[in-house]
Design a protein around this ligand. Structure first.
Ligand code: SAM
Ligand code: SF4
Ligand code: SF4
Length: 368
C-alpha cells in the first residue's frame, strides 16, 4: 500500500493553555506513567546525504520543497522552548535533523543550550547525531561550544557500498576521519550507529564490529524501521538484533551487560575479552515503548510524542502568537499528560494498521 508524504502545512493545532496554569515540577508523566526526560530537536530538514532508507533521491530530488528559513525555529526560539522542557524534567537534549551540522552557526545554539541547568542544578547531557561528513572540520568548535558527545551514523566500511547507501558519493574515509577527530577532542563516549538492512549491508556487521572493537567507540546496531512514508519499508529487510548478536559472537564472544538505566533503548553486550561493548536497538522486534521518555521537536517547531506520530503540536505557532513562558509550560504539560503513544508495541495490530494508512512524518523532518 502506498503512503503519502506528510504535507508541510499539516493539520497540527496550536496547543491549548487556557484555564489554570500548571507550573513545571520536573515530574511530568504521561498516561502510561512515563516521565518526560529526553528532547530531540531537529535543526534542519536538509541533508547532504540521500540515504536510501531515509531520504531516497526519487522523493528528495531537486523539486522537493524544503522548509524556507523563516519557517525554522530560530536559535532563540529553540533555546526558549528547551528551557521550559528542562523545567519540566528534560535532562538530555539531542540535536538532529536532517544533517544538524548543516545548520549555520550551530555552535552558537550549542553554547546557549550548554548553559541550561536542570532544576537540581546539573548541566544537561547535550549531544548530537550526525552523518559525520563535516565532523573532522567541526569537532573542535563543537567541543569548545559545550557539546558533551556525539553519535555518528555509519552503515558500512566498504567504500563502494557506503557510497551507494548514502547515494551522494561520500567516501567512508571522511566519516572515519570525523570519528577520529571527535574522539581526539574528547567528544566522548562516542557512539556509532549502524542501521542494518538485510540484503543490503548485513555483511558489514562483523567487519564493523572488528573495526570498532577496542577503539573506545561503542557500536550500536539499529533495526531498520518503518518510519516515514517514502522508504518502502518491508519486514523482510529487517534483521532481528538477536541475529546480529549471534553473528558477532561467533567471531568475538559476547556476554550481556546490565542496562545503564531503565530508559535505555539499547541492549548492551560486552566483549568477553574486555575490549569494549556493542549495543543493539531492537526497535522492531522488541519494542521499548514502555520506557520511552522522548519528545521530538520538529524543524518548524512542532512537538511530536512518537517517532510514528501522525501529527504534532504547533509550539512555534504558540510562541510566535505571543504566549508567555508560563503558557508554554502549561501547554507542554497538558500535551505530555495526555500522551499514550506506543506504536512499536502495537505494530501489526489493527490500530497500528489503521494508522499505517495515514500520512506519517519523515525521519529527516522529525529527527531520528
Ligand atoms: N543526519 C544525521 C545522521 O544520519 O546521523 C541525523 C539525522 S538521521 C534521521 C538520525 C538517525 O536515524 C540516523 O542514525 C539514521 O541512520 C537513522 N535512521 C533514518 N532512517 C531510519 C530507518 N528507516 N530505520 C532506522 N533508523 C533510521
Ligand atoms: Fe541524511 Fe541522516 Fe537521513 Fe542519511 S539518515 S539521509 S544522513 S538525515
Ligand atoms: Fe517511543 Fe513511539 Fe518509539 Fe514507542 S514507537 S519507543 S512510543 S517513539
Amino acid at each position: 500500500m502506498s503512503r503519502r508524504i506528510i504535507p508541510l502545512a499539516d493539520i497540527s493545532a496550536i496547543p491549548d493553555f487556557s484555564g489554570v496554569a500548571s507550573a513545571p515540577s520536573g515530574t511530568l508523566t504521561d498516561t502510561l506513567a512515563r516521565p518526560l526526560r529526553d528532547l530531540r530537536i531537529s535543526v534542519t530538514d536538509r541533508c547532504n546525504f540521500r540515504c536510501v532508507y531515509c531520504m531516497p533521491r526519487e522523493v528528495f530530488d531537486k523539486h522537493y520543497q524544503f522548509l524556507p528559513h523563516a519557517a525554522l525555529l530560530s536559535f532563540e526560539e529553540i533555546e526558549r522552548l528547551a528551557r521550559v522542557f528542562v523545567e519540566h524534567g528534560v535532562e538530555k537534549i539531542r540535536l538532529t535533523g536532517g544533517e544538524p551540522l548543516l545548520r549555520k552557526n550551530i555552535e552558537y545554539l550549542i553554547e546557549r543550550l550548554a548553559l541550561l541547568r536542570t532544576p537540581e542544578g546539573r548541566p544537561l547531557d547535550l549531544t548530537l547525531t550526525t552523518n559525520g561528513s563535516l565532523l573532522a572540520r567541526k569537532a573542535r568548535s563543537l567541543k569548545d561550544a559545550g557539546l558533551s558527545r556525539v553519535t555518528v551514523s555509519l552503515d558500512a566500511l566498504d567504500d563502494a557500498l557506503f557510497r551507494r547507501m548514502n547515494d551522494a558519493d561520500f567516501a567512508v574515509g571522511d566519516v572515519l576521519d570525523g570519528i577520529e577527530a571527535a574522539q581526539a577532542v574528547g567528544l566522548a563516549p562516542l557512539k556509532v550507529n549502524m542501521v542494518v538492512k538485510r540484503g543490503t549491508n548485513d555483511q558489514e556487521i562483523v567487519p564493523m564490529a572488528r573495526h570498532f572493537k577496542g577503539s573506545g567507540a561503542t557500536l550500536r546496531f539499529i533495526e531498520y524501521m518503518d518510519v516515514g512514508a517514502s522508504n518502502g519499508w518491508n519486514m523482510s529487510e529487517v534483521l532481528p538484533s538477536a541475529q546480529v548478536v549471534e553473528r558477532i559472537d561467533v567471531h568475538f564472544p559476547l556476554e550481556p551487560l546490565e542496562a545503564h538505566s531503565a530508559a535505555e533503548t539499547a541492549q548492551r553486550w560486552g566483549y568477553r575479552d574486555g575490549s569494549g561493548e556493542i549495543g543493539v536497538i531492537s526497535s522492531v522486534t522488541r519494542a521499548f515503548c514502555g520506557s520511552c521518555t522522548r519528545a521530538r521537536l520538529s524543524t518548524e517547531g512542532k512537538l511530536y510524542l512518537c517517532l510514528f506520530a501522525i501529527s504534532g503540536h504547533d509550539l512555534r505557532g504558540l510562541i510566535r502568537g505571543g504566549a508567555s513562558d508560563e503558557d508554554v509550560a502549561t501547554a507542554i504539560s497538558r500535551i505530555w499528560e495526555a500522551r499514550g503513544d506506543r506504536y512499536s508495541q502495537l505494530r501489526g495490530s489493527a490500530s497500528a494498521q489503521a494508522r499505517d494508512d495515514a500520512p506519517r512524518v519523515e525521519m529527516s523532518y522529525i529527527g531520528g
